[in-house]
Design a binder for this molecule. Sequence first.
Ligand code: UDP
Ligand code: MG
Length: 322
Amino acid sequence: MKTLSVVVPCYNEESGLPELHRRLSRVCRSYFKEYQIIYINDGSRDATWEVMGSLAQGDPHVEALNLSRNFGHQVALTAGLERATGGVILIIDGDLQDPPELLGEMLLTMREGYDVVYGKRRRRTGESWFKKITAYLFYRLMNYCADIEIPTDTGDFRLISRQALDAFLQLPERSRFIRGMVCWVGFRQAPVFYERHRRYAGKSGYSVAKMLRFAADAITGFSIRPLRLALFVGLGFLLLAGLGAVLSLFGWQESHLLAACAGVAAVVLLAAAVQLFILGIIGEYIGRIFIESKQRPLYVIKDVIRAHAGGDEVEKSLLASI
Ligand code: UDP
Ligand code: MG
């Protein structure tokens, strides 16, 4: 039987972690003789790292990674995925919003010949209207823009085969939208439906700023359609300008002088706003080219704690990935 790696990125999850570990371990044990659980501490401000440390000391299946600061969910997840050695890999959030017990159903689906089995939310309980509406709009906008079809209403909760993970690990980009990247690698992918529960403890680590950055990474990473906006809007304004010229030729402005002045001012302002907006979009892409060109490592690891069956091993090092 294949081995399993579970990858769990965590930011301020001290209160929920022991319960997650209990439920996760029970599920892993019931399907696999050999498994590893990789917890990644993404620069938490609470005692998450201490809790992870004690889990790792007490359980030889656990590997705990401590990043040197908060690098963000998608990068923390990448750090774990790069260390996963299993034949199948489960990605799961650290707040118990994704039920570990779904692993059984995911494995069954994978055995039908799929390489990626993703959790698709049937219902989201205990999340704010703001979160639900922004998530709904994001997935629809994403699918309108993106050149590949990314399944709607999914998170990163998924089971991936070794082959699909190896393909994924070859994507080197710095701005990471992992659910899109996993989709991009192809292979046979299938959903498993589930109800997304409220957090077990703590609160969401995704601030509005982080959500906006995430959405910008997703859209710019998978589509150049926003850049084409300039062409269409430019064309629209050309038509407007033509219309204005025709109207002035017929002396329409003389009898409606004030109205015409106001109209002209509005059009000029609108045109300026549109230009700035489009300049902003271009800037987003240029900024990303700049970030990619620096070729910095994605993250820095501060500590690793791994309590092997043969004896404790605690690495304290400054490792950089890629
Ligand atoms: N997370 C992380 N780094 C961050 C923010 C979040 O590793 O900067 C983790 C978090 O601990 C959780 C997962 O990413 O395991 C999803 O985050 P969260 O639950 O805050 O997002 P939401 O479910 O509200 O979208
Ligand atoms: Mg969550």
